[in-house]
Design a protein around this ligand. Structure first.
Ligand SMILES: [Zn+2]
Length: 473
């Protein structure tokens, strides 16, 4: 973007603003000049499978990344876990000042179904300004953009403007089973002031965004049993209890028809949004009519008075994922089933914890239907970084400088990611700044990333590190 567009921006004092704009112009120019080289390097990286689910190529790619970071002058090493190693690179060019940790993951999803790929998943191919390959959006193209951003700063200035830690995980696509433990044990090597993750898609209009949090999640199963076998509903109906009714009644005590979750103490730790969060939520664009139209709905879920993003960011949910038992085939079968199952998930918001809510649901089940078995499945805590964090201003300025657009600020996303390992275990603010297009088709055939967005990602990464470096002055 032309520098003039920023002249009225008041994030930094005028003199420093002019200085960093000049610095960034040089770096952006370097990135533009090396566009083809950078794309070819990404292609080389994408040719190498690294499928954590099968183990294919994992060691090779971990070594490849360690080599990249070492060549950039990082103290780079592979950090073992009981599963795949993490790649850790550290470069401290500005001792005593800000350290940013850039997180990403080098493992990719399996490419199946192979026959649905237009070009093979590990033979990267450019079509219509997009690069098609497994892992290009999720997450190789995004963390490789960060690495190329660091390289570009070093090529222009020979030094990084702040201290940088790069942490690349090899098990994200398996649900990150070891990262919490790893971060708990290696806090001394990971001492940073903030974490930035570039993962996930941008909105359809490509407007940049910063995500400040995610909802947590727990999953559980309820199992109810009646007689020791299915029986005739005429011969035994009224004598033998029906486990499906047991579950229906139990589930009915968990949530009312107005949409309130009615388990004791469930909302105790739910935080009301701050004024800043309310303002940010109100600014997020959403066409509620269009969403309803696309989903074939006449109205959203109860309670109806909540706004779209308030629902996703500020409120926990209880979802029945499935309710099974008895007969659901064609015609009728007058059976009285002997067992019934329900699978449920709960999305958690700050400052609920998975452990707290597991315990509350379990206590609720014991109180209302002690004969029903309660089985815990996985859980993940929510995460939230305050919108008034002192890093918000430099990150906004950086993104504006690199993309020409103000980023949207998302207080929390509806889905769940293990961001809590940074905010709660490492204890630092965590920001997600995605680079990929909305239709990146991650986890699906024909995964792709727009080349312009890859290059914009390199510029954004370089700007974020540079503007964070300016904070010390
Ligand atoms: Zn993924």
């Amino acid at each position: 973007m032309p520098a003039g567009q920023l002249s009225c921006h008041d994030g930094l004092p005028e003199v420093m603003n002019a200085y960093i704009l000049a610095v960034m112009e040089q770096i952006y120019k370097h990135i533009e000049q090396n566009r083809n080289l950078f794309i070819n390097r990404l292609i080389d990286y994408l040719r190498q499978p690294s499928i954590s689910a099968h183990g294919e190529g994992m060691d090779k790619v971990a070594n490849y990344l360690q080599g990249w970071l070492a060549r950039l002058g990082f103290d780079a090493q592979l950090m073992p876990t009981p599963g795949w190693p993490l790649v850790l690179g550290r470069r401290f060019d500005q001792p005593g000042t800000i350290t940013v940790l850039l997180y990403g993951h080098y493992d990719v999803q399996p490419p199946d179904p192979l026959e649905e790929w237009i070009s093979p998943p590990f033979e990267p191919t450019i079509r219509d300004g997009r690069l098609f390959a497994r892992g290009v959006g999720d997450n190789k193209g995004q963390h490789f953009a960060q690495i190329l951003a660091l390289e570009s700063i070093l090529a222009v200035h020979g030094k990084l403007p702040c201290n940088v830690i790069v942490l690349l995980e090899g098990e994200e696509e398996m649900g990150s089973p070891h990262i919490a433990d790893f971060i708990g044990k290696h806090g001394d090597m990971l001492k940073a002031d903030l974490v930035i993750t570039s993962d996930g898609p941008l909105p359809e209009n490509r407007q940049p965004k910063i995500e400040f949090g995610v909802r947590g999640v727990i999953g559980f199963e309820l199992r109810a049993r009646g007689a020791n076998r299915d029986v005739h509903s005429g011969n035994f109906g009224g004598v033998v209890p029906n486990p499906l009714w047991t579950l229906v009644h139990l589930l009915g005590t968990m949530k009312d028809a107005q949409g309130n979750i009615t388990m004791e103490g469930f909302y105790d730790n739910v935080q009301a949004p701050t004024d800043l969060e309310r303002e940010a939520l109100a600014r997020l664009p959403i066409d509620e009519m269009l969403v309803k139209h696309e989903l074939g709905l006449t109205q959203f879920d109860a309670p109806i008075e909540r706004t779209y993003y308030e629902r996703l960011s500020c409120w926990p949910t209880l979802t029945i994922n499935g309710l099974h038992g008895g007969y659901a085939g064609p015609e009728s079968k007058t059976v009285l089933p002997h067992e019934a199952f329900a699978k449920c998930d709960i999305r958690l918001v700050e400052a609920q914890t998975a452990e707290e809510i597991f315990a509350k649901v379990e206590a609720h089940v014991r109180r209302h239907a002690p004969q029903v078995e309660f089985i815990r499945q996985g859980g993940m805590d929510p995460s939230k970084t305050p919108l008034d964090s002192l890093f918000v201003e430099p990150l906004r300025d950086a993104i504006l400088s690199a993309t020409g657009e103000e980023p949207l600020l998302f207080p929390a996303m509806g889905g769940s990611l293990p961001d809590y390992v940074f905010t709660k275990i490492l204890g630092v603010p965590d920001f997600t700044v995605p680079y990929a297009n909305a239709d990146e088709s991650n986890h699906a055939p024909n995964e792709n990333m727009e080349l312009d967005l890859f290059i914009r990602g390199i510029k954004t990464g370089a700007a974020m590190v540079s503007y964070l470096g300016k904070m010390k002055e």
